[in-house]
Every structure is written in C-alpha cells, then in structure tokens.
Write a protein that binds this ligand. Structure first.
Ligand code: COA
Length: 348
C-alpha cells in the first residue's frame, strides 16, 4: 500500500477586516466580551458580490497546486469541503473545476462542517494510498458572512464566524514513515440540531408548523419564508454551551486515538493544529493533553472560526512561518456540527 503526503498548501483570506469594534455598529456586543469568551479580535468577510466560497477556494487552490509543482490539468480528483456553498446544488467542487479549467475529473463536495477538511483529507488519503489517484486537490472554503444574523439576536453565533479558504494537494510518497500516518473519523447525530441551519431543507414541514396552509402557500414558500427571516430561524442555530462541552471531550479523545494507533505519545507532537473553533477550546485541549503553548497553533484571533477552511489556513500559516519542519509530527483535529469530529497525524 502506498503512503500519501501533503505536497502543496495554500490559503486565501478576503481583504475586508472586521474588528470586534466594527461589529458593535450592527449589534450590542463588545470587544471585551468577544475576546474573553472566544479569543477572536477580528475576522475577514468576503466581498458581498463577486467573491464566493468557490472563488476563494480557487485562490487557495492555485497556491497549493503551484507549491506541489503540478499543473491544473494534472489534478485527478477534487474534494471540496464547505457548509456555505455558492449554490444549494450543484456543489462547489464542479464550480472550482470549471473555474480552473481542469479536465473531466471526479469532483466531490463534503458536508461535514468544521470537520469537513479532516474528512476530505481522509478521503484523499484513501484514494492515493490505493493508487487510484496521484494528485488530489482538497479545498476547505467558507463564506459565512452571507448568512449570519448581524442583529443583536444573532450575536452569540455571528461574532464567531469568518470567511476564508485553504487547500492542499495530496500525492503519493515513496519515503517510508513520511506523510499522512493515519486519519480517524467519528460522528454522532444525536445532537444534530444543537448546531444547525435548517433552511432551505426538505424537513421544513417538521420545523415549521407555522405554514399550516402548505401546499397552498405561494410557490417556493417552504424554501425560505419571510417568517423564517423575521423570527431568526433562517439563520444558523447554536447551543454554544452544548457544543463547548462536547468539543472539549472529543478533541482530546480523537487525538489520543491517532497517537495510540501509531504508538506515539502526546510529547511526540511537534505541532497540534486544532480546528479554530474558540481559543478557550484550544487552550483547554492544550492543558488536557499536557502540551506546551508553542506545541499548539492558533490563529482564530485574526480570522475567527472559518469552519472547513480553518485547519488548512492554520496549517499553511504555520508552515509559512517556519513552525513546521521536515520530520515534524503534525496533528490535525476537528470537532463541529453533526456532531462530527476527527483527527489526522502527519509526519512532515
Ligand atoms: N456579545 C455580548 N454578549 C453576548 C454575546 C455577544 N456577542 N453573545 C451572547 N451574549 C450574552 C448572552 O445574551 C448572555 O446574556 P445573559 O446572561 O444576559 O442572558 C451571556 O452573553 C452569556 O451567553 P452564553 O451563550 O451563556 O455565553 P457563553 O459563555 O456560553 O459563550 C459562546 C458563548 C458561543 C462563545 C460559547 O458557548 C462557545 O464558544 N461555544 C462553542 C461554540 C463553538 O465552538 N462553535 C463552533 C463549533 S465548531
């Protein structure tokens, strides 16, 4: 069986910076509250028009492809992780394929929210290991800003999220013991509604008993109604404390699972890159695992939570800053809506 490695990596964040103080223009919040609870100082929002989840993914992909020393035509499979796609369907992978002029290769969208990149990386790893593909492009990208409630009602959710994209190229490697050592994926749908955006969705009838006259409702009425916008149910819904409590258990668990699989210890980790959900969650994981501060990479302060993009953005920044060197043991871990969670261990 072949082994796979990350051969190229890139990220893109929009130019528009919104500080915590900027958000006070729209809602009743404060820099102090946001920093204390989440560690976030600022985030980026894509241009309202022209910049989309796909276009940001394309920018990140161009850099990853160039650094992998391949051409767009050599990419033989595309995996795109996002919860904020350009269209309800088709997915962003085919839009990226079109935009980048790639040949008629397979293109797959992943809907695993904050764990999306780990799931996508794991799929790429399986395809490369079995020899099916040689250059798999994995993209994580989000344009959260298009669907957040920027009024005071939505502040507990909207202050957390930001826009951006990251990408990697996964290739086979002949170097023994190098590359992706293992990936570990989990989910538990029991709490699916604790972090969810319900619409547009085929279960609207279950969630919205406010449309008793359906199907007499005007055409498309179940897709998105004025009521959904007015009562806030059109926006992402989150039980922040439930997410927090589960995350601080599942992150360490899935990291230990990856280490055990490879007969390694927490002290062997050169750099842990957790999904950037909340600085307090990262600090909790660091303490639980007994890691030093310099063994954990965080950049949520600058970008907020960019969901599927957060790990590849952080991985790329850490690499560009010289914090990942040849032979280092890099651990990626994520937890998010679903709930879904996962980890990946990489010998760089
Ligand atoms: N600014 C100011 N006040 C805010 C606020 C904001 N942006 N958001 C919420 N508040 C208020 C609430 O209204 C509440 O006020 P009250 O006590 O008068 O009712 C108070 O702050 C406490 O709210 P609560 O929701 O209990 O805060 P919290 O300590 O749980 O922090 C989160 C909220 C979202 C920061 C925290 O739960 C969290 O980080 N959870 C994990 C979320 C996450 O990681 N999501 C992504 C998953 S990958």
């Amino acid at each position: 069986m072949l082994q796979s490695k990350i051969a190229g990596i890139g990220y893109y964040v929009p130019k528009n910076v919104y500080t915590n103080n900027d958000l006070t223009r729209f809602m009743d919040t404060s820099d102090e509250w946001i920093q204390e609870r989440t560690g976030i100082k600022e985030r980026r929002y894509a241009d309202r028009i022209g910049e989309t989840t796909t276009t940001m993914g394309v920018e990140a992909a161009k850099i990853a492809i160039e650094r992998a020393h391949i051409t767009n035509e050599e990419v033989d499979f595309i995996i795109f992780a996002t919860l904020s796609p350009d269209y309800y369907f088709p997915g962003c992978a085919v839009l990226l394929q079109r935009e980048m002029g790639m040949k008629e290769v397979g293109a797959l969208d992943i809907r695993n929210q904050c764990s999306g990149f780990i799931y996508a990386l794991s799929i790429a790893d399986q395809f490369v290991k079995t020899g099916m593909y040689k250059n798999v492009l994995v993209v994580g990208s989000e344009k959260h800003s298009f669907a957040l409630d920027f009024s005071t009602r939505g502040r507990a959710v909207s202050v957390i999220f930001g826009d951006g994209a990251g990408a990697v190229v996964v290739q086979p490697t002949a170097e023994d013991g190098k590359g992706i050592l293992s990936t570990h994926l989990h989910s538990d749908g029991a709490d699916a509604e604790k972090l969810a955006m319900y619409y547009p969705g085929a279960s609207s009838g279950i969630w919205l008993d406010k449309i008793p006259d359906w199907p007499d409702q005007e055409l498309g009425g179940l897709l998105m109604t004025k009521e959904m916008l007015e009562d806030g149910t059109a926006f992402p819904n989150m039980d922040g404390q439930a997410v927090f409590k589960k995350a601080v258990v599942k992150f360490p668990e899935v990291i230990h699972e990856a280490l055990a699989k490879n007969n390694l210890k927490t002290s062997d980790i050169s750099l842990l890159i957790p999904h950037q959900a909340n600085l307090r969650i990262s600090q909790f994981i660091q303490k639980t695992l007994g890691l030093r501060e310099d063994q954990v990479f965080n950049n949520i302060q600058k970008y907020g939570n960019t969901t599927a993009a957060s790990i590849p953005i952080a991985l790329c920044e850490a690499w560009e800053e010289g914090k990942i060197k040849e032979g280092d043991l890099v651990c990626l871990a994520a937890f998010g809506a679903g709930f879904t969670w996962g980890s990946a261990l990489i010998r760089w």
